[in-house]
Design a protein around this ligand. Structure first.
Ligand code: TDX
Length: 368
């Protein structure tokens, strides 16, 4: 039985991981820590709220002493660090929050873990600090280059990816210098339920339903490797259970798409839904499909993202060999499940988009 501290557990990937973990290991304890900034949402955890093996703590990983207290009081033996600012465009507008959350935050957590597990000796031999990172730390690939492997040199290009790279190095250093048992996973682009609608796929889904333009940066030929978020959770599970201390593992989807192709696919799937379900036209009258038009008419090519990485692709053969990791959800299946989720959870995305959830948080959590 394990006792997990999941940081950033109210975010997109973190909350999917919490659902996955409590499903797989119902006897384990999961303590979620989240600062509940704009992308963290307690609604993402509503389904586990009454689970006796789940607890929530509203705090920031930069509060080192609070982290130490939690590690002691809850006798935590596994930390899974999802807490991060993650949107590239926001990092271009304002890098400071990324330095604070991703670099200082990870370091604060490492210090807390070292203090409790190693210095106080609460758990010197049987702990694991798992750090969740991204393929963006490897930089950008040309069309013909081989996918990123664990041996690819780090070459981050945005303030976001640079801050993640720095945090990865700190995790590595705590293993080599202090003997902490750490693992890191570097994953490709995730998609699925609870994805905040500032990222490409949920933005396209919600904009289509509102009849709003679908902004494609540059020529739309940039390439990403997409993975259904539950497969990422399984990859992390395998890394925690089977990964070697000090090692990093790439987790990916073997699923490369240009942005324009993925946007067109989502448009086509949405049009099909509208054609087969009359109710959708009543619920979303602004959607082009409600007027018999194609959703693709909403596509607009816009100014490119500054320093836009051309291509990301993960070579997941090492994690396959070492951990038995492979994606299980096909892209066809995953994208349909994602569409279903957004169509069935309109109140979730409306609340995060109109700010009413953030207003609720301000009243209920920030006032004290
Ligand atoms: O409106 C848009 N139009 C557009 O063309 C948006 C939001 C994005 N894009 C492009 C930029 C990227 O090439 O789509 C691609 C995907 O963009 P994002 O969803 O912003 O993701 P990306 O920049 O690839 O980074 C993601 O993958 C790695 C996550 O946001 C990171 O947190 C993760 O580390």
């Amino acid at each position: 039985m394990s006792r997990l501290l999941v940081t950033g557990g109210a975010g997109f990937i973190g909350s999917n991981f919490v659902h996955y973990w409590l499903d797989q290991y119902p006897d384990d304890l999961v303590v979620v820590v989240d600062a509940l900034t704009y992308a963290g949402n307690l609604e993402n955890l509503a389904q586990v709220q009454s689970n006796p093996n789940y607890r929530f703590e509203h705090c920031d990983i930069n509060e080192t002493e609070k982290m130490q207290t939690l590690l002691r009081d809850e006798a935590i033996d596994v930390i899974v660090n999802f807490a991060a600012e993650s949107h590239v465009d926001r990092s271009i507008e304002g890098p400071d929050a990324f330095i604070t959350a991703n670099i200082l935050g990870t370091h604060s957590l490492l210090k807390a873990a070292r203090q409790v597990w190693l210095i106080e000796g609460a758990n010197p031999d049987n702990h694991r600090f798992h750090h969740v990172s991204t393929d963006e730390v490897y930089g950008s690939l040309e069309s013909e280059e081989p996918a990123f492997s664990e041996q690819t040199a780090y070459a981050p290009n945005s303030p976001y990816s640079a801050s993640k790279a720095a945090s990865d190095f700190l995790v590595r250093a705590y293993h080599h210098t202090y003997g902490m048992d750490v693992t890191t996973s570097n994953c490709s682009n995730n998609y699925g339920p609870y994805h905040f609608p500032e990222k490409l796929i949920p933005l396209v889904i919600t904009n289509i339903l509102h009849g709003k333009a679908l902004p494609i940066y540059g020529d739309g030929k940039n390439i990403r490797d997409w993975l259904y978020v539950e497969d990422h959770a399984r990859g992390i599970d395998l890394t925690i259970k089977k990964g070697r201390a000090g090692e990093t593992y790439n987790i990916g989807g073997w699923n490369e798409w240009t942005n324009i192709d993925i946007v067109k696919l989502v448009c086509q799937l949405m049009d099909k839904r509208f054609a087969s379900d009359e109710l959708l036209s009543k619920r979303f009258p602004e959607c082009p499909a409600a007027a018999g038009l194609q959703s693709e008419t909403l596509i607009e090519f816009v100014r490119d993202r500054a320093g836009h990485d051309f291509r990301y692709a993960i070579d997941a053969s090492y994690s396959n060999r070492e951990l038995g990791y492979e994606p299980k959800v096909t892209f066809e299946e995953g994208i349909e499940k994602t569409l279903d989720w957004y169509l069935s959870n309109e109140s979730w995305w409306r609340a995060v988009m109109d700010g009413s959830y953030q207003a609720w948080i301000e009243t209920n959590y920030k006032a004290a």
